[in-house]
Design a protein around this ligand. Structure first.
Ligand SMILES: [Zn+2]
Length: 135
């Protein structure tokens, strides 16, 4: 069967748009905080194995701490925000940002994984039937 190959640039674009790295379709999530087991467009297994979610957790943590909390603390240290605003902002951001960034964190993790291992995408696997099968 002839398949289209997916380049690393396409994987990055799809990752930033929260799309499937294999086929580019959306709808990777069920509800706000639950990733589907497989892509509804192509059937790519999204949650590959036990512990695969740790990559998304690392992205979520990094986005929260380095994207929001550290800048708030820095603005407080520079005297641009009061201590009360920094503490309240960090508290609220610590609660809300991980939830709001959940989908982006998963998408960035899938993007990084398949950017590093593009041959594991079914579209790039050629005739290798071992790719993306259930264990
Ligand atoms: Zn797909």
């Amino acid at each position: 069967m002839q398949r289209n190959t997916v380049s690393r640039v396409a994987i990055m674009k799809r990752g930033l748009r929260i799309q499937c790295p294999n086929c580019g379709s959306g709808g990777l999530f069920r509800g706000l905080l639950r990733i589907r087991y497989r892509c509804p467009g192509c059937g790519l297994k999204l949650s590959r194995s036990d512990g695969f979610f740790l990559g998304a957790m690392v992205w979520n943590y990094g986005l929260t701490v380095f994207g929001v909390l550290a800048p708030l603390v820095l603005l407080g240290a520079l005297g641009m925000l009061s201590l009360e605003v920094v503490v309240a902002g960090c508290f609220l951001a610590g609660l809300l940002v991980p939830i709001l960034c959940y989908r982006l964190a998963w998408s960035l993790w899938l993007m990084c994984y398949y950017w590093a291992l593009p041959h594991e995408l079914p579209s790039n696997a050629g005739d290798n039937p071992a790719v993306d099968e259930d264990e």
